[in-house]
Write a protein that binds this ligand. Sequence first.
Ligand code: ASP
Ligand code: MG
Length: 451
Amino acid sequence: MIKVMKFGGTSMGSVDALERTSSIIGREKAKTVVVVSAMSGVTNYLIERMREHPEVPPVLEHLRDKYSSAAAKMMSEERFTEYLAELDASLSSLGERLETRRSSGPDPVLEDAIFCWGERLSTITLASILREKGVPAVALSSEEAGIVAEGSPTNGSADLAATHANLSRTIVPLLDKGITPVITGYYGADSSGRPVTFGRGGSDYSGSVIANGIDASCYEVWTDVNGFMTADPRVVPEARTIDEMDYSEAAELAYFGAKVLHPRTVEPVRRKSIPLMVKNTFNPDGRGTLVRNQRCNSPEILRSVAAKGELSIIKIYSSEIVYNPGLISRLIGSVSEAAVNTYAISTSLSTLAVALPTPAIPCVLDKLKALHEGQIEKMTVKDNVSLICCVGDNMINTFGVAAKVFSTVSASGANVEMISEGASDVALNFMVPSEIAADVIRCIHRTFIGG
Ligand code: ASP
Ligand code: MG
């Protein structure tokens, strides 16, 4: 049995958290690969520094202090000296990159390599702590492990086949020798060896890519909540943890609102039917949520409801839409030139409506105007809308569910702005004004899931 265990920023964020994390790893009987995020706050800190023109030494000192002050309390003096030498070597390579950035100005490729430095410091720190506890751990960067990335800075994807081939050379032999590799999350290296990050929160995805790459028997994501919940507990106090769900339900929820997992985490493990567990480092005996292939096993119709805010709907009016076959694809093509995620699309005889993140709207409008389509009669934008995502693997096949959902929505006083139904087998999505989204969530939860 081989397990991949990923620990997030809060699981790395303090002496108490590091004690918990290392004892969870220490008591694991399976062969284990550990994947880590930066300590909480570190990635934000690095990203914020790139907006300024920072002096290098204070940045290095801040990071040195943050990591080493926790480590100092957890190891012998001798090991701590050895650890500091490793930490300083890594900080000095970061220093070189920061100096280059200072002299040569903004550079997205270089900055992406800087953003993931917290992960490098985390692997060095956690591997030392684990060795102190008698676990034979080694720190490995994504480059050393062979996690292959493609794509543009801050928006990378892993090449699963290439990564698989590399990991069988780098990681599997270590596991066979009883060694626990501790690998950086958040990024991979492209074909020229340059780091490319997988987007914020990307360590969850890294762990899944590694689980796929070594054909793990299980992937555990250790975080600071008990698992996927029936709703956001800040909105619905009676929300419960979900014991089990299907991959497709977890993927929809992660993308459309629940902040538990990076949205792309599910895909690599789903491809190999590797079960995914979400567990709480601060409540390790809790059941957590198990995500696996289990379509249509649930007694409930609706399993969870989530909301994604800060969206806008662009409506494009043209009497030609249905009669001009190429028009829709040109319109969608220019929306996608803005490189933003589309949350919903809906067409009618003479309009195309697209739901997009609000910050992307000016750029998308520019791209659409640049189309010079004489056929576009007008465009309107509606801001302050939220997408409500109802998830349940029985939902779409159960008669009358949509009617019941929408009558619940109308009872809560909300006007539905746009609907996306039937595209997914497990989700029903619609948009409502953001100011009423919390009420809608509470009404749906009360009606379908209960207290
Ligand atoms: N440290 C990175 C972030 O804060 C990646 C992660 O935590 O998963 O986004
Ligand atoms: Mg996270």
